[in-house]
Design a protein around this ligand. Structure first.
Ligand SMILES: NC(=O)c1ccc[n+]([C@@H]2O[C@H](COP(=O)([O-])OP(=O)(O)OC[C@H]3O[C@@H](n4cnc5c(N)ncnc54)[C@H](O)[C@@H]3O)[C@@H](O)[C@H]2O)c1
Length: 439
């Protein structure tokens, strides 16, 4: 048995800050407020509805996660964030068109009070949108300082005990690690010099980490993956995690892919296409932002299927991902997957999936859980990359040289064992021979 770790109390208010107050962020905030008023259930959230097994199967000991480990309660949350548009959360949620008008109208007062702070934005990184609520600081370092002032003021004005930040803003164009992303000195100098390789998301992450605020990245752009931000997070004892919320088609892939591989069924090709009409779709209509998403979506299958270990089954698999912007769909995304598989003696079969999903409905509980578990990580003294939260991401962030785990069921085991570890409970390895040895 390991010993229980020292976890600080979860008393007081938790402030959740989201850069980006669009479809995902407003569905999350409105959802929490609605649940707190008894108007709905937090379906999809492990922190709210999950159970965790403790001890042996015969013990029948399955407390709810939130009874087992001290988590920030939903009633003690306050919300804030930044956006390039001035719309308050009520207006932005109406625009996003995810939640019904009646529901939004019944919590209009609470939602209207949440107004976006002015954003750090650079059109070069998100090309298809333009807004008016943008900071005018001359250098990227000044922009970072302005964000740090926003964070400090938000905390004081709302009487928060702790804060977390979850990136819910648009997907930025594809970027790569360059020399200025390697060390704190170089990065800070580059901030002063307005270096073009520093994306707004990195400025938010820098400001969060410098302010001691955990940062999770819900979009596929490289942000806290930069060595400089990992180093800073480790040095300042701040948890970071990323990237790209695991929802929709990729969620299906990480459910089905491990299943096919477990039965050693081969795959010739996996063609995935999506049509969506929300603002996310509009941003992804730009080739450079799509490239970022494509890299994130493509990496999943390779890691799940391990073609280098099973060349006869997966080496020649053709994997294609497409996203098409189609406004009439709104947030109701439609995805099709055509999977060409083969079995015994190479005989061919096909699987077709047509998923009519609501992206933000799937993402909202992920934002909630990430905020809650990142806060837990900080209270438990965990710093740097939080790989145990891979469960929530399409491209889980891991230490350099460590292959990420994409299999959702392995990710869940890792996640639960981390909670058991923190609480000093026996880790579960599912061997189970002991049940038979006792006879
Ligand atoms: N919905 C999902 O299931 C899902 C899954 C994985 C990832 N994501 C990612 O989550 C993010 C949010 O998705 P969404 O559907 O809410 O998109 P959205 O377009 O509705 O909202 C994004 C908001 O971010 C704002 N924004 C852009 N750049 C900003 C900046 N620098 N600072 C502050 N605000 C900025 C935009 O004005 C917009 O209001 C996207 O990057 C998306 O790719 C979503």
């Amino acid at each position: 048995m390991n010993s229980k770790k020292n976890i600080q109390e979860s008393n007081g208010k938790l402030g959740i800050l989201t850069p980006g107050m669009g479809a995902v962020s407003t569905t999350f905030m409105a959802g929490v407020i609605a649940v707190n008023k008894g108007m709905g259930k937090p379906i999809g959230s492990i922190s709210q509805m999950g159970k965790i097994r403790l001890g042996k199967r015969t013990d029948n000991n399955n407390p709810s996660v939130k009874e087992f480990i001290p988590l920030a309660p939903m009633e003690n949350m306050v919300f804030g964030g930044w956006d390039i548009y001035n719309d308050n959360v009520y207006e932005a949620a109406l625009n996003a068109g995810v939640l019904e008008k009646d529901l939004l109208n019944s919590i209009k007062d609470e939602l209207s009070e949440i107004r976006p702070m002015s954003a750090v934005f650079d059109h070069k990184f998100v090309k298809n949108i333009d807004g008016e609520n943008i900071k005018k600081e001359k250098t990227k370092m000044d922009a970072a300082k302005a964000l740090m002032a926003d964070i400090k003021n938000f905390k004081a004005d709302n009487n928060c005990d702790r804060l977390v930040m979850v990136w819910c803003a648009s997907t930025e164009v594809y970027t790569q690690i360059t020399d200025i992303h390697l060390s704190i000195d170089k990065f800070e100098q580059a901030l002063e010099e307005n270096h073009p390789a520093i994306a707004p998301s990195m400025i938010y992450a820098y400001a969060a980490i410098k302010s001691g605020v955990p940062f999770a990245n819900g979009a596929p752009n490289l942000t806290v993956d930069m060595p400089v931000l990992i180093e800073l997070a480790n040095r300042l004892n701040v948890p970071i995690a990323g990237k790209d919320f695991k929802t929709g088609q990729t969620l299906m892939k990480t459910i089905l892919g491990p299943g096919l591989k477990t039965r050693l069924l081969g795959i010739d090709g996996w063609f995935s296409t999506n049509i969506l009409g929300n603002r996310d779709g509009e941003v992804l209509d730009d080739a450079d932002s799509f490239k970022t998403k494509e890299v994130s979506k493509l990496s999943v299958l390779d890691s799940v299927l391990e073609p280098e270990k099973y060349p006869e089954l997966y080496k020649d698999m053709y994997h294609k991902v497409r996203i098409n912007y189609y406004p009439p769909k709104g947030d109701d995304k439609e995805s099709w997957d055509n999977i060409d598989i083969f079995g015994w003696l190479g005989y061919k079969m096909q699987i077709k999936i047509n998923f009519l999903c609501k992206d933000s409905i799937l993402a909202a509980p992920v934002v909630l859980d990430l905020a809650i578990f990142m806060d837990l990580a900080q209270r438990a003294g965990m710093k740097g990359i939080q790989e145990w939260l891979s469960f929530y991401f399409k491209s889980p962030q891991t230490k350099e040289g460590l292959e990420p785990l994409h299999d959702i069921f392995l990710q869940k085991i890792k996640f639960e064992n981390t909670l058991r570890y923190l609480m000093g409970e026996t880790l579960i390895n599912y061997l189970g021979l002991d049940y038979y040895e006792e006879d």
